[in-house]
Design a protein around this ligand. Structure first.
Ligand code: 8YV
Length: 304
């Protein structure tokens, strides 16, 4: 209700699609927005077809930081002003990533399942996060927040990013490494990269095979970056100790076998779901609609 109130204060005639059980199809988006001139959309497809069918829409505020479902070029062509909400959900996502790291290292998914099944599992000896080698693939807003949160754990933090955040690395004692070194050395590897043509299925069978044995893989960024069939194989062989995933190629995910694996911890794309982040995201999305500058696709060409 607090999100609804904020939106209604800015747009008294706003209407809401609150059926979050499934993603709207392009046709459903077109039907829902037919009489609107602005929209706040989270994770929905903003394609050339959608925009062509909705000539009334002038402003779109993306409720989130990932733009992988948005055709930026099409927005420009159709003269649609686009805003999004980078930065404001960084803490929420980073906290979940840390929670996942500890859960994976301590076998929380399997222990939880065993308790629920009525087994009294002998305590499985886990590993401490403190002092471990933690790898971050991606060190933008969210990755940097993870680095800050990891401070008290005294971890060795390795980072791989196509951008160079040299000043940040120096300030926080983070070591930039090649992707190969990141994979080979990380005992926990946490992904913080956008989904794009460069990263789609990047973590395929061959790349997962290069991970350090016993690694805990954490994904709070985007589905479709890790090949889930290969992921299941690695969990089954024990090469990966645990996979803690908030995001999947299909949401909700289709592969039951993956979901049922005892060393998979799964949440339903809940990384930004804290009250604090949600309020900040709505406010940022509204600001984008009412006074935002258009997003310049050129600013994203290095990873789109
Ligand atoms: C959103 C997200 O909750 O920011 C993002 O990119 O994935 C989440 O914060 C999601 O986009 C759906 O609204």
């Amino acid at each position: 209700p607090y999100l609804r109130e904020r939106i209604l204060a800015a747009y008294p005639r706003a209407k809401f699609n609150e059926d979050i059980r499934h993603r709207l199809t392009e046709d459903e988006i077109i039907a829902f927005l037919a009489d609107c001139d602005a929209a706040i959309m989270g994770g929905d497809v903003v394609s050339d077809r959608v925009l062509a069918a909705l000539p009334g829409i002038r402003d779109i505020g993306i409720f989130g930081v990932g733009l992988n479902t948005v055709d930026l070029e099409a927005c420009r062509r159709h003269g649609v002003r686009l805003g999004f909400t980078p930065g404001v959900n960084r803490l929420a996502v980073a906290e979940l990533a840390l929670c996942f790291m500890i859960a994976g290292l301590r076998w929380v998914p399997a222990l939880n399942l065993a308790m629920r099944a009525g087994d009294r599992p002998r305590t499985r000896v886990g590993r401490s996060l403190s002092g471990r080698v933690v790898g971050l693939h991606g060190c933008g807003h969210i990755g940097q927040e993870v680095v800050r949160l990891l401070k008290p754990f005294g971890c060795t933090i390795l980072v791989h990013d196509i951008r160079d955040y040299a000043e940040f690395y120096a300030e926080h004692g983070v070591t930039p490494v090649s992707l190969d070194t990141l994979l080979q050395r990380s005992e926990v590897l946490s992904l913080h990269i956008p989904r794009s043509r460069l990263t789609e299925n990047l973590y395929d069978d061959a790349l997962l095979a290069r991970l350090r044995p016993g690694c805990v893989l954490v994904n709070t960024c985007r589905g479709g970056i890790v090949d889930e069939v290969a992921l299941l194989r690695r969990l089954e062989s024990g090469a990966l100790a645990a996979a803690c995933f908030d995001v999947f190629a299909q949401e909700p995910p289709e592969d039951d076998r993956l979901l049922r694996h005892p060393n998979l911890l799964a949440t339903p794309h809940a990384g930004a779901s804290t009250m604090e982040a949600r309020i900040a995201m709505v406010d940022a999305a509204l600001r984008g609609l009412t006074q935002g500058e258009p997003v310049d696709p050129a600013a994203f060409t290095d990873y789109l």
